[in-house]
Design a protein around this ligand. Structure first.
Ligand code: FAD
Length: 471
């Protein structure tokens, strides 16, 4: 049984708790052990869990600022969080203290079709926002696989990528300005509501991807673009993952088509989802590409033909083109079911999200499968192959032996990725999961510069401590 440690080993002293009660009202300061346990982990299920002392569900910028002022005064760690769907441990309250949940701040404050922008609070769920702007025939392209439940605050803090990155870019390409509560409780605004601004340093870009370590976002202004007229979905099956990678090249380089999405799924993943949602997957399928093309109707028709051609030329043995919106939904539901389905294979999985230059995709796939064979641990791969982002999932069982093997596999993989010019994380962030490996990728002077920035913004080290940097 988990012991309630509040007021014993708590980082929140009785005086600090009183100050929080005074600032927010006792009813808004949650200390029940059941709630605290629920906030002790994120979707990185295999990572360390840590129980916070207090949870606060803020409803306004003023409340966020009031909490942080208390934390600043009493030097208490503060962990901002959204839906806690992160895959690097970013919102885990590693050293106890206060979890600051921003999901109640979920208002869409403005959608402005003339200025092609919208302003939201951080707790707005991504899919809800995408659907809402679509009513104005506008499009917010960043589309993480977690869009149905993750929040825009979390997306901005992680600079989430997702399905549409190849054609439309990632979260950072859409954030125009931010309202941020700094670690001393003061409130600043970065950037402008204009589609361009080069006035001074780009503080907005510094905050995007800062993983909750520099401040708490309380308002987010993003750019929107016109909603494409039509979208078509294709699914192409291959016997061999490398043939699928060749077909991806054939689509982009051979046919000159940049699809909205270009998703790769290998045979290990396929086997974990056979029969899901009525999807009939051919027995011999050992990889598939799921491709969306979008744009003006006549162009989309041309692109569908081009994508089909590239897939057949590179060894596809079956190509399915969805005929209805329902069929599109089924194909996408199959793709989105992979991440949870992989747990069936061995009980535990570690999801890594390396990204390599596109020309190195086959080399890295070969390395991953060879690692899997050497260690007798499945390395299941899927991901956004169009931009070189491979989600490799090491599927392993309970017990120290498997844990040791996976730790070795991760290190070897990351060394290889960095040696061929890739990055250790394409979209999930460093968090706790990759903190020990960041110096592998970032040279020492740049690493020190990053740490100095953190120190400048957060001299007391209270904002999401233990993330990105180990010490
Ligand atoms: C099934 C599944 C599929 C996924 N697919 C993708 C994908 O395709 N692409 C992708 O990029 N990610 C993906 N993810 C990872 C995850 O959903 C994203 O990182 C997402 O942006 C996290 O949002 P969240 O609201 O859950 O944030 P949380 O997990 O709660 O927090 C993530 C980070 O953001 C910080 N944070 C949260 N809110 C704020 C705020 N208001 N101010 C400052 N910092 C804040 C936290 O401190 C933490 O460091 C997936 C996850 C799952 C479970």
């Amino acid at each position: 049984m988990i012991k309630d440690t509040l007021l014993k080993e708590s980082k929140v002293s009785p005086d600090a708790l009183e100050a929080l009660y005074r600032a927010l009202g006792k009813e808004n300061v949650i200390t029940h052990i059941e709630d605290r346990v629920c906030y002790s982990y994120d979707a990185t299920a295999t990572l360390q869990k840590a129980i916070p002392d207090v949870i606060i569900k803020a409803s306004s910028t003023e409340e966020v600022s009031a909490v942080i002022k208390v934390a600043d005064k009493f030097i208490i760690p503060v962990y901002p969080c959204g839906a806690r769907s992160g895959l690097s441990g970013g919102s885990v309250p590693l050293h106890g203290g206060i979890v600051l949940d921003t999901t109640r701040m979920d208002r869409i404050l403005e959608i402005n079709p003339n200025d092609l922008m919208a302003t939201v609070e951080p707790g707005v769920v991504t899919k809800r926002f995408q659907d809402e702007v679509a009513r104005y025939k506008l499009f917010y392209p960043p589309d993480p696989g977690s869009a149905e439940f993750s929040t825009l605050g979390g997306n901005v803090a992680e600079c989430s990528g997702g399905m549409a990155g190849l054609k439309y870019g990632v979260t950072r390409d859409y954030v125009l300005s931010l309202e941020v509560v700094l670690p001393d409780g003061s409130v600043i605004n970065t950037g402008r509501r204009t589609l361009r601004s080069v006035a001074g340093y780009d503080l907005t870009r510094l905050f995007v991807g800062s993983e909750g370590t520099l401040g708490v976002f309380t308002k987010i202004t993003v750019k929107l673009i016109p909603l494409p007229e039509r979208v078509e979905t294709l699914l192409a099956y291959f016997n061999d993952p490398e043939a699928a990678a060749d077909a991806a090249d054939g689509i982009i380089l051979g046919q000159g088509i940049i699809p909205k999405t270009l998703e790769f799924v290998d045979g290990i993943c396929i086997n974990s989802i056979r029969g899901y949602g009525g999807a009939e997957i051919p027995e011999k399928a050992n990889a598939f590409l799921l491709i969306d093309v979008d744009g003006e109707a006549s162009l989309v028709e041309k692109d569908v033909a081009g994508v089909e051609k590239a897939c057949w030329e590179h060894g596809a043995f079956q190509v399915v083109v969805a005929k209805t919106a329902k069929e599109r939904e089924v194909l996408w539901a199959v793709r989105k079911s992979i991440s949870p389905a992989l747990f069936k294979v061995a009980g535990r999985k570690l999801n890594e999200d390396i990204c390599v230059p596109r020309s190195k995709i086959k080399e890295v796939l070969r390395e991953l499968y060879s690692l899997g064979e050497r260690y007798s641990i499945h390395s299941a791969c899927f991901g956004h192959i169009g931009d070189g982002n491979v989600h490799v999932n090491f599927l392993y069982g309970y017990g120290e032996e498997d844990e040791k093997k996976v730790a070795e596999m991760v290190e070897q993989m990351l060394r290889k990725v960095v040696s061929i010019g890739g990055t250790i994380t394409g979209e999930h962030g460093i968090g706790i999961a990759k903190a020990e490996f960041l110096p592998l990728e970032v040279p020492s002077q740049e690493f020190q510069l990053m740490k100095s920035l953190k120190k400048f913004f957060d001299p007391k080290g209270i904002m999401n401590p233990g993330k990105i940097f180990i010490s």
